[in-house]
Design a binder for this molecule. Structure first.
Ligand SMILES: [Ca+2]
Ligand SMILES: [Ca+2]
Ligand SMILES: [Ca+2]
Ligand SMILES: [Ca+2]
Length: 190
């Protein structure tokens, strides 16, 4: 029984020490449809006030070179971040037919990227990490030529959370764990 308790305490200590250092991931997916998006806040203007959210008749379709789609990813770091380690933005576009010579500009938060011929493809870009500290990212798809759909946008963030402040119960368990380890060592030395 004593042995088992010592083992348990050591195990708890191990998980307390290892568990607090784990990196976390946020994945925020917005699916666009003809009249809006499945995330109600996708068109709520945040830290970068901008022009109206979309042009033309349909939200999820870029109908010509004057059309565009502006949107926000909103996310919460829970627990708060110590460091944001990496982030990417993936935007899925698809052709409405088999048309040729169709192009878009994609804004990833701080730079424009040319798409090349749009058929059915997901475009992924690294995101400048400092843009994510305030909990939102503004992105855009602008028509350059042709007509195509903007199906979805996925923001993936990997971060290291702040180390939690130990509560009295945690300190007590850690104490027990240390006590258990000392006990095991003493036994082995006998
Ligand atoms: Ca449109
Ligand atoms: Ca095409
Ligand atoms: Ca931001
Ligand atoms: Ca097309």
């Amino acid at each position: 029984m004593k042995k088992f308790l010592m083992f348990l305490c050591t195990l708890i200590l191990f998980f307390l020490l290892v568990g607090s250092a784990n990196a976390l991931q946020i994945v925020d997916v917005i699916n666009f449809n003809s009249s809006g998006a499945d995330q109600a806040d996708a068109f709520v203007q945040g830290s970068n006030p901008n022009t109206p959210a979309w042009g033309g008749e349909y939200v999820n379709e870029i109908e010509n070179e004057c059309d565009y789609l502006n949107f926000y990813h909103y996310f919460t770091f829970d627990p708060a971040f110590e460091t944001i380690d990496s982030a990417s933005l993936s935007i899925e576009l698809s052709d409405d037919g088999c048309d040729r010579r169709e192009y878009a500009w994609i804004w990833d938060g701080d730079s424009w990227h040319g798409s090349g011929e749009i058929d059915d493809e997901t475009y992924t870009y690294g995101v400048t990490l400092s843009l994510l500290e305030d909990g939102d990212l503004f992105a855009q798809v602008d028509g350059r030529k042709g007509d195509f759909y903007v199906n979805s946008s996925t923001l993936t963030i990997d971060y290291t959370p702040v180390a939690p402040v130990p509560e009295p119960a945690t300190i007590f368990l850690m104490g027990l764990g240390l006590f258990g380890m000392v006990g095991i060592r003493r036994r082995m030395n006998k």
